[in-house]
Structures are given as structure tokens and as C-alpha cells.
Design a protein around this ligand. Structure first.
Ligand SMILES: Cc1cc2nc3c(=O)[nH]c(=O)nc-3n(C[C@H](O)[C@H](O)[C@H](O)COP(=O)(O)O)c2cc1C
Length: 186
């Protein structure tokens, strides 16, 4: 499986790192990371490490300007893609079909080829423009998966909370990750 991971300029770079830590070593899964300019800066500010760290988990990093990458073509798409985290700016581009970077072009291709596209948005509160853009992407077949950690599995650390989002993402992307699941009761 070739999974595209767009990392844009919303808070929550830890999600991008954690996905690589959890899924990067799984046999048959290659994570292809693409950073927007601000996404890269926020990753380095929030995590105090360079984006190249992801390579140690087997991830590949592509330039966001590399529209010539084969995966930006409808004939050779990613099997699935997540934008993680997804800024409202990138959401707006994807909703409008404005495909001027590798992230937005690859996302556009996923929608037109009816492949799975997850937008892990992080913004609060939301304007009507944000909501309308989410509606538009949803109508085009994309999945809005807000970065909303769950608190019912007795989290003890921030990483537990982060992972509660990551496990929803790996399930959606079809990456086989063994993880705790809610079995009823409290
Ligand atoms: C420290 C910082 C945190 C930000 N957090 C968010 C956020 O959580 N959500 C969001 O939509 N935009 C956020 N922004 C604004 C985006 O980074 C900005 O709109 C940028 O143009 C997004 O570009 P990109 O979509 O190409 O990554 C943040 C900006 C900064 C500097």
C-alpha cells in the first residue's frame, strides 16, 4: 500500500509523527509524506525535530512542489491519502479543486478517482465558510475526520489521546494496526 500523507500548517504535528511511529514499520505499507511550507515549520516548532526524523520510521518525503510525482496522476494514485493535520487553507483549496501543489493535486486526484481521502482538520471555532468547504469535500467523497481525541478509553498520557485519533485514521486508511477497541460499558 502506498499511503499519501499531506502535512499542512495546522496545529497538531504530533499526529503526523505518531502515524509514522505506529504504521511506518508495517510490512507492505509505505507512507509518502508531503509537507506544505507552513506545515514543515509548525512540525519543527511543535516537535523540536526536523521532518527528516520521519525517515527513520521508513517514511518517504516528497517536495510539495513536485507535481511531476507519478502519484499526482490519475493513472498511478496513492491507495489512500490523509491530510494530517489539515489547515482550513488547504481544506479550502481541496474544496475548490485548486490543485497547485503536490498535496492539493494528490487530494484532487483521490477525489476524482473515488479513492479514500481523509482530511484531519484542526480549527476551532468554525466559520460558515469552513463548514461549507467541509460539505463540499464530503459531497465529493472525501471524509472529514476532525482531530478530536476520545476520553472514554482511560487515557493516561497525551500520546494516548493522540493515538485515539491515529487509530481511527489507520482503520479508515485500511492499515492493519492492532489497537484497543471499545467493548461497551464505562
Ligand atoms: C503556529 C500556527 C498555528 C496554526 N494553527 C492552525 C490551525 O490549527 N488550523 C488552521 O486551519 N490554521 C492554522 N494556522 C494557519 C495556517 O498555518 C495558515 O492558514 C497557512 O496559510 C496554511 O498553509 P497550508 O495550508 O499551505 O499549510 C496556524 C498558523 C500558525 C503560525
Amino acid at each position: 500500500m502506498n499511503i499519501g500523507v499531506g502535512v499542512t500548517g495546522a496545529s497538531g504535528a504530533i499526529y503526523a509523527l505518531r502515524l509514522a511511529e505506529i504504521a511506518g514499520g508495517i510490512d507492505g505499507v509505505t507512507l509518502h509524506y508531503i509537507f506544505s511550507t507552513i506545515g514543515k515549520k509548525i512540525f519543527e516548532i511543535e516537535l523540536e525535530k526536523p521532518v527528516e526524523t520521519l525517515k527513520s520510521y521508513g517514511a518517504v518525503i516528497h517536495e510539495n512542489t513536485d507535481i511531476f510525482l507519478p502519484y499526482a496522476s490519475g493513472s498511478n494514485t496513492f491507495d489512500a491519502m490523509a491530510v494530517l493535520p489539515c489547515s482550513m487553507n488547504t481544506l479550502a483549496h481541496i474544496a475548490a479543486g485548486a490543485a497547485d501543489t503536490l498535496i492539493t493535486r494528490a487530494a484532487d486526484v483521490m477525489l476524482k478517482e473515488r479513492r479514500k481521502l481523509l482530511l484531519v482538520i484542526r480549527e476551532t471555532p468554525l466559520s460558515l465558510t469552513h463548514i461549507r468547504n467541509m460539505e463540499s469535500v464530503t459531497l465529493s467523497g472525501g471524509i472529514l475526520l476532525p482531530a478530536s481525541p476520545s476520553f472514554y478509553m482511560e487515557p493516561e498520557t497525551i500520546i494516548d489521546l493522540v493515538d485515539s485519533v491515529i487509530f481511527r485514521i489507520t482503520d479508515q486508511l485500511g492499515i492493519p494496526v492492532d489497537h484497543p477497541r471499545y467493548e461497551g460499558g464505562l
